[in-house]
Design a protein around this ligand. Structure first.
Ligand code: ZN
Length: 385
């Protein structure tokens, strides 16, 4: 137990002692983005370690169970079996991806703590920092950190801060073993990446691009800052796969983005103060994104991929949730935001053919990635048994 959040939820970590004291230590961070389900993969990993000897189980593995329990609580009641259920707005427990300013895992200090802006010291950030420091400052072999994420509608990829030959050589095999497609084009992912190490493996942009502030980083950038000899891997496993390239021109996608943006802004003007709810603040923090994405799509012959659709879905969902929280409507169907959201869900489903990734496949993708990063092809054989 590492403390409690602002809303009194526990912040917890689990350590599974390895059988080989000389083996490098492994750090796994779950739930950095509370809208992305990584808990299943975390528990599958713990179950594997608890029932196996040798191989991965030779390493001591430290798992931070949830980086944002308060954000996760706002996602607790939605499902993941369809885009409609995944992005479902509700006055409690619907889809929620907090504004970056409210994401604890994005505020780890890359500078002296007192230089970080006030308000950035969320309790979950402090607990995560303490947890990481305990491992990163230890003696012995430098640790390897895995930060688990789900990249919405798309393909599997990884982000590493340094060359990692075993992972680079076998990452595509790990994705294949989990039955997931491998991402090949970084510009379609909506992430800040600078160069490709190997198929599906990229190097991250510096903090001022990733978090918008050179003084604050995610667990990956923080681990590298605190312990330069550490290795780090962000694992991105899709929540849904698309049936193929989008059957949509760039200008067509741009028009959709601008239409939805205009409709959202119109709705937003009729609503009570958007800063009153986490949903309203999340919407506001991304209000500039749809126009920005539209100008990028305008320059493409074909739409880049599902990321602009996901951004629309996040925005229509968050604004609808804000409306449901602040307005007393006899039925949610009477909300114009809800109608707009429903239209975007149907459009996104039609053009992507999105199908959910089974939780077991997503969990195996993570286990296989950790296995190849630590033990190369042999690791892959071990976890496939
Ligand atoms: Zn994420």
């Amino acid at each position: 137990m590492l403390g409690h959040t602002e809303e009194s939820r526990p912040l917890e970590a689990v350590t599974i002692q390895g059988t080989d004291e000389g083996a490098s230590q492994v750090v796994v961070v779950l739930g950095g983005h509370p809208d992305e389900d990584t808990s299943w993969a975390g528990f599958r990993l713990l179950q594997y370690l608890a029932t196996t000897t040798g191989g991965l189980a030779a390493h001591t593995v430290h798992v931070f169970l949830d980086s944002d329990p308060d954000g996760a609580a706002l996602n607790a009641e939605r499902g993941a079996e369809s885009l409609r259920r995944y992005y479902e707005p509700m006055n409690r427990g619907g889809y929620h991806r907090p504004a970056v300013a409210e994401q604890p895992a994005m505020h780890l200090p890359l500078t002296a703590r007192e230089d970080i802006p006030a308000g950035a010291d969320m309790k979950a950030t402090l607990a995560l920092k303490q947890f990481l420091d305990d491992v990163l400052d230890g003696d012995g072999q430098p640790p390897i950190l895995f930060d688990l994420h789900r990249c919405g509608i798309g393909k599997m990829y990884a982000i590493t801060t340094e060359a990692q030959p075993p992972l680079e050589r076998h990452f595509a095999l790990a994705a294949a073993q989990a039955g997931l497609p491998l991402a090949r084009e970084s510009w379609a992912l909506g992430d800040h990446l600078v160069s490709e190490w190997a198929p599906g493996v990229w190097k991250p942009a510096p903090a001022e691009v990733c978090t918008g502030d050179a003084r604050m980083g995610n667990p990956q950038l923080y681990a590298k800052h605190r312990c330069p000899r550490a290795r780090t891997v962000i694992v991105e496993v899709p929540q849904f796969t698309a049936s193929g390239p989008l059957p949509l021109s760039g200008p067509h996608m741009a028009r959709q983005l601008r239409n939805v943006d205009a409709a959202l802004r119109l709705c937003a003007r009729t609503l009570d103060d958007l800063t009153l709810t986490p949903h309203g603040r999340a919407y506001l923090s991304r209000e500039h994104m749809l126009q920005h994405l539209a100008s990028e799509e305008d320059r493409r012959e074909w739409a880049s991929g599902p990321f602009p659709l996901q951004t629309m879905l996040r925005q229509t969902s968050e604004l609808t949730s804000h409306a449901l929280c602040t307005r007393n409507l006899p039925s949610r169907n009477m909300s114009p935001e809800w109608t707009l959201h429903g239209r975007v869900v149907r459009f996104a489903q039609a053009v992507t053919g999105a199908r959910p990734v089974a939780p077991a496949a997503a969990a195996h993708a993570v286990l296989a990635t950790i296995a190849v990063a630590l033990r190369g092809e042999q690791g892959l054989r071990e976890v496939s048994r």
